[in-house]
Ligand binder design. Structure first.
Ligand SMILES: [Zn+2]
Length: 359
């Protein structure tokens, strides 16, 4: 018998494995904050909690959440104004021994809760007060480091409670940024596929399909994303959740983070505090879609309809800095190969930024 024939007699063994972590309870809708005690009961979370909130978000939802949690367990409050390594260790100390962490607020609050929860090996519940980025339900956390920020892997929340009334009342700029973060999935996927073809990086077709569909839903409904509409908040929260699930399926942020995210992180270093994460990614996505030879005008039109910026100027960033960020993008997470890692010269970067202003 030939060696091939002998091989056929062997039972093939599947030698791969994967551990996907997803949120277990997801509650989205009007006045759903009140469901928090029931969620804790459902998840069999009891004992003590540390509630994270921000100064601004205390009035919006933090105080209400604190009193709701205190109906079912002991709870202390930790106010987060900014994320620094010191604040994280302070929070870890305050939370040592607690059974659950609850983050009520914007990106900084949710990210702090996520990091502390990961470091303390205790679950966390995500209660976003705005839908400004896909971190509300994902396993990723953005941590500031000297001169910018980096994205770290953490655990996704065990529950997401998104009150559309609260989210719709937040400034529209935040919701528009959340949409832009989702739309940037289009190019994140193209970068992932490029890396697959050029570098042999494994891809997940399920994660790609889900991330692309999510971007499509937001793009197709761009006309319907209106300021302070609960219906819009509903659509965007579901899209952000769906992006988070795509990342959980992939086991990495690949389906939602490509070159446009590297550009955004580079901008955080060069022009910190100007644009929101999603806004910067949206603009990065117009550029990388152009480089991929895709419908970059389509992305720009969707962003405009939603009310997200499409030029650095609209974010208060000068074109020179934006071009520098494009050149620098390849230095951010160099192991993540994207189209911006193929060599962007200063001259090309200037032209790409100028293109954003074309009619
Ligand atoms: Zn993002």
């Amino acid at each position: 018998m030939s060696p091939d024939g002998i091989k056929l007699l062997k039972t093939p063994v599947l030698d791969k494995s994967k551990w996907m972590q997803l949120p277990r309870d997801v509650i989205i809708g009007h006045d759903v904050l009140a469901q928090l005690p029931k969620v804790c009961e459902d998840l069999q979370v009891s004992g003590s909690a540390l509630v994270f909130s921000g100064k601004g978000t205390m009035d919006v939802a933090g105080s209400q959440v604190l009193s709701l949690v205190r109906e079912v367990m002991d709870a202390e409050l930790f106010i987060v104004d900014t994320i620094t390594p010191e604040i994280i260790s302070e929070a870890e100390e305050a939370g040592s021994g607690v059974d659950v962490f609850i983050g009520v607020g914007g990106g900084k609050v949710i990210d702090t809760a996520k990091i502390v929860s990961y470091n303390c090996c205790r679950p966390f519940i995500s209660i976003p007060t705005a839908a400004s980025h896909d971190g509300i339900a994902s396993s990723r956390a953005s941590v500031p480091v000297k001169g910018g920020s980096v994205s770290l892997e953490a655990n996704p929340p065990i529950a997401l409670i998104a009150d559309t009334g609260i989210i719709a009342a937040a400034p529209h700029r935040l919701l528009a940024a959340g949409c832009a973060d989702v739309i940037s999935n289009y190019t994140a996927i193209l970068d992932w596929e490029l890396s697959h073809r050029l570098r042999g990086e494994p891809v997940s077709e399920y994660a790609i399909a889900l991330a692309r569909m999510t971007a499509e839903i937001i793009s197709k409904n761009a006309d319907l994303i209106k300021p302070h509409s609960e219906e819009s908040a509903w659509t965007v929260v579901k899209a952000l959740l769906s992006s988070g699930v795509a990342m959980s399926i992939a086991g990495s942020s690949r389906p939602a983070s490509g070159g446009e995210h590297k550009f955004s992180h580079a901008l955080d270093q060069i022009a910190p505090g100007k644009g929101l994460h999603g806004e910067q990614c949206g603009i990065g996505s117009i550029i990388t879609m152009y480089l991929h030879g895709g419908d970059w005008r389509g992305i720009r039109t969707s962003l405009k309809k939603i009310g997200a910026p499409t030029t650095p100027k609209e974010m208060g960033i000068d074109d020179y800095s934006a071009a520098q960020a494009l050149v620098l993008a390849h230095t951010i997470r160099p192991e993540r190969f994207t189209i911006l890692d193929m060599g962007v010269t200063e001259e090309v970067a200037r032209e790409l930024i100028a293109m954003l202003y074309e009619e």
